[in-house]
Design a protein around this ligand. Sequence first.
Ligand SMILES: Nc1nc2c(ncn2[C@@H]2O[C@H](COP(=O)(O)OP(=O)(O)O)[C@@H](O)[C@H]2O)c(=O)[nH]1
Ligand SMILES: [Mg+2]
Length: 352
Amino acid sequence: MTGDGRRALTGIKATGDEQPLGPGGAMAGAATPPGGRTIDPAAVPDLVERFRRGERRALSRTLTQVENATPAGREALRALFPSSGRAHVVGVTGPPGAGKSTLVNRLIAEWRGRGRTVAVVAVDPSSTLTGGATLGDRVRMMATYADEGVFIRSMATRGNLGGLARATRGIVWTLDAFGFDVVIIETVGVGQDEVEVARTAQTTLLLQVPGLGDDIQAIKAGILEIADLLVINKADRPGAGELKRDLAMMLTLGGHAPPGGWRVPILETSAARGEGIGELADAVEGHLRHLKEGGEWARRERAMLLDEIQGLVRGRILAQVDRLFHDDPAFDALLARLVARDWATAVARSTT
Ligand SMILES: Nc1nc2c(ncn2[C@@H]2O[C@H](COP(=O)(O)OP(=O)(O)O)[C@@H](O)[C@H]2O)c(=O)[nH]1
Ligand SMILES: [Mg+2]
């Protein structure tokens, strides 16, 4: 196990060493969002070396490069990727305000109590202006932990849905390679991002809350399918019983049957009061056992990597198409014909 990234955690020092804010570094250009500092790929071997020694600062820096998809980030990921694939990746999703962050904080404490190390990737809807995350969430979470076994990282979505899953994956693999036992992905809970992100997680928790009016309506189409566990948070509020009944009915009616014979449990929690957390952690561990025993772990891993490769190939082909649009004089000629309203010639040219 020498040189294995998984050993890195033993050497962790607890420091407030988030990456410096604001643009910096000579190479920080338009492609680098604020908050990221681009490093020279030549510095990567040293960075990876310090990463493997468990230096948090090296982890932070690597994450920044990976998130910004810099050449250094790609190179670091290549080096670290073989050490990944061992963490239990848990997705936490559900509508904004459902209590995801609060619940994640509770789960961190619970898993730390069980001797697990935990990293969190909080995917935040952020203004493109700051490129940062919802500060409230981050500060709230950071304040709780000066614990070396916990690492929290916020990620901006930057409205980039297609790229979100892949960027998240890079972050998750990096944290995994660093040696965290559990990597939690907290999603924004809007749009398709949760479906995307669920593909990266081995276990996905879908949060619902009672008292949102017509509860059934609150569940977006297709969302139920991504859930391995349903969590009714804010169960301290009225209506939890009805919601549970409705959800159970939806699971039955939808014929929802994840592969491998797993029965999606419906759990009740009050993240605010810290109730039901142990049961939830047990259920998540139960799902992990199920994954490992039934071969489902490997199947999901395959599906995730296939998705990754497909995204990669798609991206390359699109880049080629873009180049064609920009660099091909025939394309300009075609456009000129169209501008002249010469449809017949344009079509003739485009099909030859
Ligand atoms: N009553 C009640 N409030 C909760 C519970 N969990 C979270 N909240 C509150 O709901 C609000 C949104 O929580 P947050 O964790 O930020 O939700 P997120 O947007 O899903 O991450 C906060 O004011 C929390 O204090 C709960 O179990 N019961
Ligand atoms: Mg949140």
